[in-house]
Every structure is written in C-alpha cells, then in structure tokens.
Design a protein. Structure first.
Length: 191
C-alpha cells in the first residue's frame, strides 16, 4: 500500500490524532468519574492523579493536533481554487467520479456530479470546520482545571461535574467533526 503525501496527512489528522484523542478521553473520563470521596486511599489518589494528568493533557494535545493539521494542512487541499473550465465554475467536475486535478473536493461536492452532494459541503463541511474548534478549547480548559485543582476535585463534586461536562462536550465536538470528516472523505476524498 502506498499513500500520497496528502493521504498521509489525512491519516495523521484523522486516524493518529483521532485515535489518541479517543483513548485519552476514555481514560480521562474513567479517571474523573472515579474521583469520589470514600473510594480512594491516599496512595490510590497519588496513583490515579498521575494517570489523570497524563490522560487529560494527551487528549488536549491530540485535539489541538487534529484541529491544527485539519485547518492548515488538509483543509486548504479540500478548498483549493481550481481554474474554471469554460463559463461554468464547476465544468472541471463534469463526469468526474472522484475529485481530480481539475475538480477540488469542495467543487466536486458543490457541483452535484455524483448526486445531491452540495448539502455535504453546505452543512457537513461548514459544521466540521467550526464546531471542531470547540474540542481543543474545552479539552484544554478541562486539563487546566484537573492540574490546578488536582486531588481537591474529590471534595468538590460540583467542580468535578463541571470538568466532566467540559470533557464530554469536547468529545461531542470532536465526534461531530470526526463523523463529518469521515463521511466527507468517503464522498470527496482529498487526493
């Protein structure tokens, strides 16, 4: 199997950073959920907090990695302005099965050459490019609160609940971006 540089960056953006994000989310959520009074010994708190610090920061870094590579590396390839062929802005897409040298993925979707695909750009890509930025912001805020309060989260269930809510909201934003990204890449891949 051989990957082009664009395909390699798409894999790094979605698969590598996405997998790290999911693994860190699962571990971080379990760690936050288990910080309840009466369930932990002093030694258990030290051991869990170490893992929790690593988990929440890995999730935040993975979210930033996915959003930054998506915004400044993969996204420009999706939205590239190709010179129109003739009068029609999407004439380069006529008869195309997948995006090509004369038909960018964005133009491919907007041209509707393979069915009613314009909605995928208008809804899917617009949501993906905006909602995805919430994931690293919320993940970083949650990671900061975990490090700042540390074991004091145990005695503050309302604060722990707020951190869990931010953590889950970061995950939800990433799910929206990831799902739309996977579907869009299936319909109009960045080749």
């Amino acid at each position: 199997m051989e990957l082009s540089s664009r395909e390699t960056w798409t894999v790094i953006h979605g698969l590598v950073f996405g997998t790290l994000f999911l693994l860190a989310f699962a571990g971080g959520l379990a760690g936050l959920w288990s910080l309840r009074p009466g369930l932990l010994t002093t030694e258990g708190i030290k051991e869990r907090m170490g893992r929790l610090y690593v988990g929440v920061w890995v999730m935040a870094v993975a979210a930033w990695g996915a959003v930054i590579t998506g915004t400044w590396i993969v996204y420009p390839w999706y939205r590239v302005k190709l010179s129109p062929v003739g009068e029609d802005a999407y004439a380069g897409c006529a008869g195309a099965i997948v995006p090509n040298a004369s038909c960018s993925p964005r133009d491919f979707l907007k041209s509707n050459v393979s069915g009613q695909t314009e909605l995928w750009h208008n809804l899917g890509m617009e949501w993906k490019e905006h909602v995805s930025w919430a994931a690293p912001i919320l993940a970083t805020a949650a990671a900061f609160l975990v490090v700042y309060y540390g074991p004091r989260l145990i005695a503050r269930p309302w604060l722990r609940a707020a951190v869990i809510t931010m953590f889950v909201a970061a995950f939800a934003a990433a799910v929206v971006g990831g799902a739309f990204g996977a579907f869009l890449n299936k319909i109009a891949p960045v080749l």
